[in-house]
Design a protein around this ligand. Structure first.
Ligand SMILES: [Zn+2]
Length: 277
């Protein structure tokens, strides 16, 4: 499932071609994604200019010249493919937006999603604060308001485990199952620990590790974009250099004990019982 670094990587790739491009054509093949694509979507988007994309949590937001925002959510299995002009669609392609950029090159941006848990929306810029997917999002991990004080307020009298706390999008936006394990491994904190037991040092370590792990992964994503642009045009899935996630048959890189696996809220969670306390 795409998390913040994957979404950021897709956003970066889109930025390179979408900025100030004109929408030539919109083709919806399947509108029943997690929710139905809106009725006037094609009409509202066609002939509009797309501005620079940006990311909020796991959502890609692209402002348009008609004061609308195009929202892309990759869900569990969504992908964006960028190709030179192409009208033929393959299996699980649900939407193709054809654009012409400032250099008059034509590209097709295809949304492909086998499980259809993702979503594409178009809404007026005024609605951004109240949009049902965006309004409850917590702080961005790289924003100035992701502070010790913020976390202390959020953990106050809360007994949920720290891994679920990190994955709660209304607290911190963008962290999913893979990076939650990686962050806690780096911070030496047991994922099952209740958040009200975390002291100042633990919280500082969580903030530091969150920024470090996400930044490092975004850099890996950026490098793959430069070096190995895949021939099928698929974006945002890259081999991450993971330290603990999926490593239950190997030994801890810090202490050489065996990595453990537990289910937390039915999600596989990897950690070192010796290092993470
Ligand atoms: Zn260890």
């Amino acid at each position: 499932m795409p998390e913040l670094p994957e979404v950021e990587t897709v956003c970066l790739a889109l930025s390179k071609i979408v900025n100030n491009s004109k929408v030539r054509n919109v083709k919806i093949i399947r509108k029943d994604l997690r929710w139905n694509i809106k009725k006037n979507f094609e009409v509202e988007l066609t002939k509009k200019i797309l501005r620079k994309p940006y990311r909020r949590g796991k959502y890609i937001l692209i402002p348009t010249s008609k004061e609308n925002i195009l929202l892309i959510h990759l869900g569990m299995s969504g992908q964006i493919k960028i190709k030179a002009n192409q009208n033929i669609h393959s299996k699980h392609d649900h939407l193709i937006i054809t654009i012409e950029n400032e250099e008059n090159n034509i590209f097709s941006i295809t949304y492909n999603d086998p499980r259809r848990f993702g979503y594409i929306d178009l809404f007026h810029v005024k609605e951004i604060k109240n949009h049902f997917l965006l309004k409850k999002l917590g702080v961005e991990p790289f924003a100035n308001d992701f502070t010790l004080d913020y976390l202390q307020r959020k953990i106050f009298k809360k007994s949920k485990c720290v891994k679920n706390f990190l994955m709660d999008q209304s607290i911190i936006a963008g962290i999913g199952n893979i990076y939650a394990s990686e962050i806690l491994y780096r911070a030496n904190i047991n994922p099952l620990r209740s958040v009200d037991s975390l002291n100042k040092e633990n919280l500082k370590s969580i903030i530091d590790s969150t920024k470090y792990i996400l930044k490092k992964s975004i850099n890996v994503g950026g490098t793959t974009l430069r070096n190995h642009l895949q021939p099928d045009g698929k974006l945002g899935y890259f081999t991450q250099k993971l330290q603990v996630y999926g490593k239950n048959k190997t030994n801890c890189k810090k202490c050489n004990s065996q990595i453990s696996i537990v289910k937390i809220s039915n999600r596989s969670t990897y950690f070192c019982r010796n290092c993470q306390t």
